[in-house]
Design a protein around this ligand. Structure first.
Ligand code: GRF
Length: 204
């Protein structure tokens, strides 16, 4: 599990009673609240401060080595706020998941809630996807939608989306752990589901 901050997605995953063991939590920010929470649950918590390693490629190589030390089947980005180098992504491709606070391919990048409000869209949401070299464009595993209300601010909208993030990330990880996610020509199929419906009911 990689994170940079508050770690609410990590927490939701840790509390979801999934058939997994969280091998370690690694943060590029030593003071990330997510590290504290990991320690409180007896999960290995590692701080790798990127400001001490200004070269991104060298830092990512260190990070990758640290990850490998814990031998995970899956690497989960849960609010990891750094762009990953192509070499890192290639090393973990197919076992690297991210959550993004928009209905991709709408609003890749930052400030998604502000941008959604500025566009006046009526439905917003979040996406769990496999990470590829194409930023925020990897194969989509699951999405959830929320309504945008007339009086929403970026904060109220973010909170509504976050509640859905906490539902769909554990679900995506459960499917991965069960071996049910198959990537075929850039699309994710959910094995043993004839309709392959990986859209949860909306939180409307
Ligand atoms: C979430 O909004 C997630 O979609 C984005 O970063 C935020 C992380 O929040 N990638 P948290 O640290 O999991 O609370």
């Amino acid at each position: 599990m990689l994170l940079s901050g508050r770690g609410s997605n990590f927490r939701a995953i840790a509390e979801a009673r999934l058939p997994i063991e969280i091998a370690a939590v690694i943060s590029n920010r030593p003071r990330a609240a997510g590290l504290e929470y990991a320690r409180s649950r007896g999960i290995a918590a590692v701080a790798l401060d990127h400001t001490e390693h200004p070269d991104r490629v060298a830092f990512d190589a260190l990070l990758a080595d640290e990850i490998e030390r814990h031998q995970p089947d899956l690497v989960v980005l849960a609010g990891y706020m750094r762009i990953l180098s192509p070499a890192f992504i290639a090393r973990f491709e197919g076992r690297l998941l991210n959550i993004h606070p928009s209905l991709l391919p709408m609003f890749p990048g930052l400030k998604t809630h502000e941008r959604a409000l500025a566009e006046g869209i009526k439905i917003h949401g979040c996406t769990v996807h496999f990470v590829t070299a194409d930023l925020d464009h990897g194969p989509i595993v699951i999405q959830a939608a929320v309504p945008v209300r007339a009086d929403d601010t970026p904060d109220t909208l973010a909170a509504r989306v976050l509640a859905q993030e906490h539902r769909i990330y554990p679900q995506a990880i459960r499917w991965f752990a069960e071996g049910r996610l198959e990537i075929n020509r850039g699309h994710v199929n959910l094995k043993d589901d004839p309709t392959s419906q990986s859209v949860l009911p909306t939180g409307m």
